[in-house]
Design a protein around this ligand. Structure first.
Ligand code: GLN
Length: 293
């Protein structure tokens, strides 16, 4: 009989190495990191546990669970769909195929919104998806004393399934957010001090070329900004004024080359625009406009 390989004996280090190789061959850049994170998810072994004793042997059923998770990842299913969660602004958000996986770039939008947030403000998040923007803005705002305890933010999405996910997230995290089933402003009645949004903004021609995890697993409607990627910004710029108080703010995340166009749409609709903070790559990712018509 052939001797078992170290990975077959369930030794952690060998298992992780084998998994990382498999993921690397599948074209995954962060193969080693993903191999360790999947170990935490499938076998409850945290990165610290692993470092403390990389030679420990994993029981067979955990090895099986780990292999299953690694197989999924090798098939280019996003890590977050396997583990069911993504951290955003320090909070764990549940994610699934109905919502865009929250991106780190979007944290820049929340940081800009936090700078403008004041206790009495009425806030609306459009295209809320997982609810990550509305919930984290509410929770951090509250911690910073910028949200009165009786406040409830509003958040809208066209997808009922996304709203279910957002609802689950807001409930689990204790964020008071009223969720509204609406195509942008269609069913919005309130008048706000701040409207935030990270709408779909990818140009149609570009979606085909995106990496498989995004192209096949993020919802198409969460990516699709129509032909030139700017469809939702035009609509938001046209309609936001009707739902903002005088002096109210619109804060939008934009694609890396869209800030000029979006600022122009807002300026034409009566907003005074400023650039928000740059994202981690140093790009203009947030356009902020104050309504002063
Ligand atoms: N607002 C959500 C997010 O930032 C969803 C965005 C979208 O679906 N385009 O994650």
């Amino acid at each position: 009989m052939r001797e078992k390989t170290l990975a077959q004996t369930g030794q952690l280090r060998a298992l992780v190495r084998e998994a990382a190789e498999k993921l690397f061959e599948a074209g995954i850049e962060e193969a080693h990191l993903d191999a360790r994170l999947l170990l935490e998810y499938a076998a409850g072994i945290t990165v610290q546990d692993y470092m403390m004793d990389p030679f420990q042997v994993l029981p067979e059923e955990k090895v099986r669970a780990y292999h299953e998770a690694v197989e999924k990842r090798a098939a280019r299913i996003p890590l977050q769909h396997i583990t069911g969660q993504q951290e955003f602004m320090g909070y764990p958000f549940r994610v699934n195929e109905h919502v865009l996986i929250p991106r780190q770039d979007t944290e820049t939008l929340v940081e800009c919104a936090l700078e403008k947030l004041e206790p009495e403000m009425e806030v609306l998040d459009l295209c809320t998806g997982s609810g990550c923007i509305a919930a984290s803005l509410y929770l951090i705002g509250k911690k910073q004393g910028k949200v009165f305890p009786d406040r409830c933010f509003d958040a809208a999405d066209i997808s009922a399934e996304a709203l279910d996910t957002a609802r689950e997230n807001c409930r689990a995290l204790g964020a008071q957010v009223r969720l509204i089933h609406s195509d942008l402003f269609e069913r919005i009645e309130g008048s706000y001090d701040m409207i935030v949004s990270n709408p779909p903004y990818i140009r149609r021609g570009v979606i085909e070329g995106l990496q498989e995890e995004v192209r096949l697993h993020d919802p198409y409607i969460a990516l699709d900004g129509h032909e030139d990627g700017l469809y939702f910004y035009r609509r938001i710029a046209d309609e936001a004024g009707r739902h903002l108080k005088r002096g109210g703010w619109v804060l939008l995340e934009v694609g890396h080359d869209q800030s000029k166009d979006v600022s122009r749409f807002l300026a034409e609709a009566g907003f005074t625009c400023i650039q928000g903070k740059k994202d981690l790559a140093g790009l203009d990712r947030v356009v902020m406009g104050m309504y002063n018509k």
